[in-house]
Design a protein around this ligand. Sequence first.
Ligand code: TXA
Ligand code: MG
Length: 348
Amino acid sequence: MDTKRAYIDPEHPDPAVLHEAAALLRAGELVAFPTETVYGLGANALDAEACARIFEVKGRPQDNPLIVHVSRPKMVDEIIAHWTPAAEICARTFWPGPLTLVFPKNERIPDRVTAGLNTVAVRMPDHPVALALIEAGGLPLAAPSANLSGRPSPTTGSHVWEDMRGRIPLILDAGSCNVGLESTVLDVSGDVPVILRPGGLAKEDLEKVLGPVELDRPSVTGVPRAPGLKYRHYAPRGEMYVVVGPKDHVLDRMSEEIKIGRYQHKRIAILCTLESAPQLQLEQPDLLYVLGSRTQPQEVAASLFAGLRLCDQRGMELILAEGFDEGGLGLAIMNRLDKASGHKVIRV
Ligand code: TXA
Ligand code: MG
């Protein structure tokens, strides 16, 4: 299949391009589009066959449900059984934004979308192109991240091109995503809201309006309540370790690991903060990728997946990443680093 990559200005999305994309979606085709978190691979959420194609194209496990994207809260009414007070507060406060809410579903949403669950995950993305596309099609869009299953989520049009070229008819390329990590998935159906996947909206921000929020910890409970979390994800091809602890200890350990890797003739990449870069540069790794300043976690979040992809592009065999505190966005950053490394976290 020929894939068209249409560049689209996020400030002034070209109506002709949106029209073309909407027509493809209505005809049951897939279109990749930008959101503020990561790029999505969209299909008409009410079309079971189109949604089945998403799983084929990504190589996605069949039991991993999709998030449905809407442009107005009213659209949610058409696909859910009912709102809860917590869901209303969240939608009012954080939509459009990097928060996905899990609702009891109604019969209009095909089982294909929810992988047979009786709940449906919904979010309103904070990106002018995503919102305009949903409006142009007049359809809710089921969309997972637009990467091949297992790879880091795409945060630029080029990442989507890398993974989806030849597999879908159209990619809307609006450059980089601001948030860079996927949305926080929150189950608001019970008495206490539960974060099923930490993401671009911090737990602390949710707690300001909801009171205490729980965190589903699959490492403790065994089975994650967001089915997608049991799969290996974000993994670069090289062997990856995350080093966590006081800065001096982390730097010493990373320097030591670089020396060992060099002795083994490995191509070595470092993912680190701006603050640690000067010292680690002295060890001359093959790639030194600065994630951002430790004081600006949103910079780190926005650059992380691009860094992991760069390691693959440059053929890195050993990847050492500096760890972060788990407050604020740090929780989601550490969640992605943990998964990307296959849980190889070294505490020093
Ligand atoms: O930011 C995002 O959320 C991006 C953009 C494109 O919106 N989308 C995204 O989708 O990350 P995906 O498919 O890569 O991840 C969706 C996650 C999976 O872990 C899935 O298991 C979980 O949400 N999920 C979806 N529906 C669910 C449901 N009904 N109950 C529990 N978890 C659900
Ligand atoms: Mg994904």
